[in-house]
Write a protein that binds this ligand. Structure first.
Ligand code: NAP
Length: 301
């Protein structure tokens, strides 16, 4: 008798537990077969009290489980390291590409990431992208107009096109909230670059691209070996703005009011929203601050 069972989504680590229910019947140890990021398990069994090969049956379990392998561009940065840490904790294989490679601090999650030192403009993508199921870009930052267009815009455009060329099914971009700024401020290199990157993701990945648009992100930011506890400001500000949101909503039509009123979001929420994007194929498009928090909650539950 051959049976094909569809299992609910389970992690590879839980398979032995699932099989232990049938332990008295199992004659051969289960074998795992991996193909196209899916895996199947097969083993032979006989009913209790029955001996002899004639009663042996084989059960094949084809589990609809994808083994995820993500590439985080900027995995040692403030947001990137939270994403790597969260992904590792969910059993996702993680590769980071950033110029300085492995961070200087230690941690068990740090050892579980493959750190590839390299610049997104010069990297050999073969070493980075082969076999990946998603690319997550945290590339971005401040500087001169030219630098901001380059790192927020061009670097991401290069990455999106490389991912597309290598057939990577999903691209997740950490962008930024628009703060309802007047258009003359949105024309700065920072926002021009971000918009360029967003439209590249959405046009090359119309059915799977993800753009997260957080405002201020708080957490513990590491700078030159020191930890800056941005959460001391960010967390109370998030709670306060939530408590008064009914009063502040009418102000949101005022230009640039979101510079004061857009709620901060924790770096862990951004990371969990990314994990939700990696694991849920129905999650794609552009996500606001509130939607980032909702997506994070789904993973936290
Ligand atoms: N922090 C916030 O409050 C906030 C709020 C809203 C949106 N965002 C957006 O979120 C993203 C991440 O921000 P963050 O604060 O985490 O930035 P970050 O700490 O400066 O991290 C940037 C990462 O990019 C890497 N990187 C820079 N240039 C690179 C290149 N040419 N090739 C490869 N890697 C490169 C850096 O590592 P190396 O230097 O080693 O290359 C670093 O790992 C940015 O796009 C930012 O605009 C941040």
């Amino acid at each position: 008798m051959t049976s094909f069972l569809s299992l609910p989504v389970v992690s590879p680590r839980s398979i032995p537990t699932a099989f232990s229910l049938k332990r008295p019947f199992i004659q051969t140890p289960p074998t795992l077969h991996f193909k196209n990021h899916r895996f199947a398990v097969s083993c032979s069994y006989a009913e209790a009290g029955v001996s002899g090969d004639s009663k042996l049956s084989t059960i094949d379990v084809v589990a609809d489980v994808k083994s995820e392998r993500i590439v985080v561009l900027g995995g040692n940065g403030f947001v990137g390291s939270a994403i790597c840490k969260a992904a590792v904790s969910k059993g996702i294989e993680v590769i980071s590409l950033n110029r300085s490679g492995r961070p200087t601090y230690s941690g068990s999650w740090v050892d579980q990431v493959t750190w590839i030192p390299g610049d997104v403009f010069y990297v050999n993508w073969d070493e980075v992208l082969l076999g990946a199921t998603a690319v997550v870009s945290t590339l971005g930052g401040f500087g001169s107009e030219e630098q901001m267009i380059k790192i927020n815009g061009e670097a991401n455009v290069v990455a999106v096109n490389a991912a597309k060329e290598y057939g990577i099914p999903k691209f997740i971009l950490i962008s930024v909230h628009d703060y309802n700024l007047p258009s003359f401020l949105l024309s700065s290199g920072y926002f021009t670059g971000k918009r360029k990157a967003e439209s590249e993701v959405l046009s090359k990945y119309p059915n799977s691209g993800i753009v997260l648009k957080p405002a201020f992100i708080y957490g513990k930011r590491r700078v030159d070996g020191f930890e800056i506890p941005l959460d001391l400001v960010g967390e109370p500000a998030e709670k306060f703005l939530k408590a008064i949101e009914n009063f502040t909503k009418p102000l949101s039509s005022l230009p640039a009011s979101d510079l004061l009123l857009a709620p901060p979001v924790s770096v862990d929420d951004v990371a969990l929203a990314v994990i939700n994007g990696v694991t849920d194929d129905d999650f794609f498009g552009v996500f606001t601050i509130d939607q980032i928090k909702e997506a994070a909650e789904k993973i936290r539950l």
